[in-house]
Design a protein around this ligand. Structure first.
Ligand code: FES
Length: 249
């Protein structure tokens, strides 16, 4: 199949950017969206043109690197699908596709489709450590955790930090990401000792990074490739108020 692409090209953070059109022939339905980019880059390299920079790592839907807006949707048209897991069979021969980087001032463009997401790392760092007992390995099941709680914590732990939530939010809020990170530890007993301090520091760091506030649009939940629920945002808010009202924070 042949696909026509309008891709955002930008040489650097302070350089002007703009869309450039490319047509890619010989695409197989079984290729992933990133493999289609590999094919395009091979063709550009052979022509002596600069290949398009895009982020990727695992290509298995678990690292969160493959962030791009595809036809205005974070990670493209398929629900619960990271760009690396999006296959060209989701498009038709002859389709035109617009591809852009995440747009948020807290995610500045580095080059082409690559944005700087280290603000997420700084939020995680601000959360600090979780205390663990050292010494011999503890007995299995020494800390009883109900199946419901374990499942809920696991659902939040599934966040891959890709930033689609920020990209889709009209306020460029990072609340779904931070909510997921706070909720997955807050639900488990192991996360309790530092819960208040962690919540306040992560929420404050989120604000310092320049992300917008959440106003419950729920676009984040709609585009999240891991289906993280906005209930995590409510958990974060409750935890924040509780920590601010107690000496815990
Ligand atoms: S490349 Fe790792 S999630 Fe897509």
């Amino acid at each position: 199949m042949t696909i026509h692409l309008n891709i955002w090209r930008q040489d650097g953070p302070d350089k002007p950017g703009g869309f450039k059109s490319y047509s890619v022939e010989g695409i197989s339905h079984d290729m992933s969206f990133l493999e289609m980019f590999d094919l395009l880059n091979e063709q550009l390299t052979l022509k002596g043109e600069t290949p398009i920079e895009f982020d990727h790592d695992c290509r298995e839907g678990i690292c969160g690197s493959c962030n791009m807006m595809i036809n205005g949707q974070a990670h493209g048209p398929n629900a619960r699908t990271a760009t690396c897991q999006l296959h060209m069979r989701s498009f038709k021969d002859g389709d035109s596709i617009d591809v852009e980087p995440w747009r948020a001032s807290a995610f500045p463009v580095i080059k082409d489709l690559v944005v700087d997401r280290t603000s997420f790392d700084r939020i995680i760092e601000a959360g600090g450590y979780v205390s663990v007992n050292t010494g011999n390995a503890p007995d299995a099941n020494a800390i009883p955790i109900s199946k419901t709680k374990a499942d809920e914590a696991m659902d939040y732990a599934a966040c891959i930090g890709c930033g689609a939530c920020v990209a889709a939010c009209p306020n460029a809020s990072a609340s779904l990401f931070v909510g997921a990170k706070i909720a997955h530890l807050a639900i488990l007993p192991q996360g309790q000792p530092e819960a208040g301090r962690r919540t306040i520091k992560m929420v404050n760091q989120m604000q310092e990074e320049g992300f917008g506030d959440c106003s419950n649009h729920a676009e984040c939940e709609a585009v999240c490739p891991k289906g993280i629920s906005i209930a995590g945002i409510a958990t974060m808010r409750r935890a924040y108020v509780k920590a601010m009202l107690s000496s815990d924070g």
